[in-house]
Design a protein around this ligand. Sequence first.
Ligand SMILES: [Zn+2]
Length: 289
Amino acid sequence: MASIRHGITLRFCVTLFAIASMCAAPACAQDATGVQRLYVLNCGESETKDLSAWSPGFNEGKAFEFSDSCYLIRHAKGWLLWESGVSDAIAAMPDGLTVGNGMLTLHVRKTLRSQLHELGVAPSDIAYLGFSHFHGDHVGNANLFTSAKLYIQKAEYDAAFGPDAAKSGFNPAFYNKLKDNPVVVLEGDHDIFGDGSVTIYSTPGHTAGHQSLLVRLPKTGPVLLSGDAVHFQENWENRRVPARNFNKEQSLASMQKLADILEREHAALWINHDKAQTNTLPHAPQFLE
Ligand SMILES: [Zn+2]
């Protein structure tokens, strides 16, 4: 018996050793590639009484509802969160929060923190973090993610963390805890994991350092998360630029850049605030592979 047990123990140890040496961290994590799944999270909703603020000269007096999505991406190297939506604090406000001199009313039906919790993901599990830009409906819960590596364009970094953040329409109270995060400051496009699976594209115009994200899903195919480079389908089709954008020419050039990426990559365009489209996407706990 003793020898058999010894044999089993030895085999077990050999197997363990083999696994350990195969996966000797950090080599295992470094070699891991590819996106495994993507969750769409409901990170708020909003409504306006006058859509023309987003499409000058069109849709005057037209009421409209926007979605607000976050995207939780499981890569072989860890969790990436793209966007953090409007602040979870708004969930406690029964009538929502009206901002911009009555231009927009924001609602949170379900907090980001609770959606992550349901998936078994703690804020400290988020290893990689990015936002299309630093407006409050995208960085509303940024301060939850203080252990993540932040990916941000230099122009956005300078505006958000500089002395005149409010001039860019940014509120540092939403994201000031990120100032000590590890940060990758970008001036252009960037392949986050070095395996082509998740690529940041610089798409300025809505803000000085707006960026978009191409995610290559193994079964679904590539999807392009365009943030606020465009707000809804009609604006995309007609290349309309909201009056409040940082720079109109940059906005138009970025829309063309996105169109070129879509064509080259045969990717699907996911417009963050287009509620009609967002409603067609599976939401967490469902996911796309
Ligand atoms: Zn937005």
